[in-house]
Design a protein around this ligand. Structure first.
Ligand SMILES: C[S@@+](CC[C@H](N)C(=O)[O-])C[C@H]1O[C@@H](n2cnc3c(N)ncnc32)[C@H](O)[C@@H]1O
Length: 229
């Protein structure tokens, strides 16, 4: 059942309220699936492309940007929550810069620079904001540029609900912390993710499903796409 009580504004509002608690979670590596599987999976996927610069969209407190900056890659991180951008900026080294922007505001004129690769690590949460970001994505990248996302695996995240796109309530289940209300999120099927790339001028090069071990269910879904010529 589509849930119209949720909105993109609510997503950012909730992340705003949880910014400091979220930073503690990341600092303490308190999410087992991230510590054991998904952090390493996104880092190795990106490093395999050997980018010289990266746009980290929905960068949060900046752990992923810092990881690449330490390796000499220039990174621009963007997030819609000012407290998270301030935390990332305060921790930034030479190769990093951060901007406080919502996805709807990210466009070529605003950034004044194009990138070889853009990444969204568990940061594509809303509906219209995400669709707007995808519609501007090509112009943020250099020719041949890559767009890589890591997100909840739709088959794992679907739970008991019907397998179709729609808003869902958020939850901090399984993550320890003194959180405020969790952000709602817009569930997309695998077909819908693929369509979103295709409709916005990207060809999918690879889909991967990182797992803790051979018998485990996938911990996430990673989609690597390249600008269509
Ligand atoms: C789960 S956190 C992930 C942060 C980071 N990528 C990481 O791997 O830890 C989701 C992030 O997406 C950001 N975000 C979600 N929707 C956004 C929007 N419409 N505009 C800007 N940032 C957004 C949130 O503020 C939050 O920092």
């Amino acid at each position: 059942m589509p849930n119209s009580e949720f909105s993109d504004d609510q997503v950012l509002n909730c992340w705003h309220k949880n910014a400091h608690e979220w930073t503690k979670v990341v600092d303490n590596a308190a999410i087992p699936s991230r510590r054991l599987v998904t952090d390493a999976a996104i880092v190795s996927t990106i490093i395999a492309h050997q980018p010289e610069n990266i746009l980290d969209i929905g960068c949060g407190e900046g752990w992923l940007s810092r990881k690449f900056a330490e390796q000499g890659i220039r990174v621009c991180g963007i997030d819609g929550v000012k407290d998270l951008v301030d935390i990332a900026s305060a921790r930034a080294g030479a190769n990093e810069s951060y901007r406080h922007l919502q996805y709807e505001e990210i466009c070529a004129e605003e950034l004044e620079q194009k990138f070889q690769l853009m990444v969204c690590n568990f940061s594509l949460i809303g509906k219209d904001s995400v669709e707007q970001l995808f519609s501007n994505a090509r112009e943020l990248l250099l020719p041949g540029g890559h767009f890589i996302i890591q997100t909840l695996h739709p088959h794992q995240a679907c739970g008991d609900q019907p397998y179709r796109d729609g808003w869902r309530p958020g939850s901090w289940e399984g993550i320890e912390g003194d959180f405020d209300e969790a952000a709602p999120w817009y569930f997309r099927t695998l077909e819908s993710w693929i369509q979103l790339f295709h409709d916005n001028g990207f060809a999918i090069e690879r889909i991967s499903e990182p797992k803790a071990d051979i018998l485990s269910p996938p911990s996430s879904l990673i989609i690597c796409a390249k600008i269509m010529q």
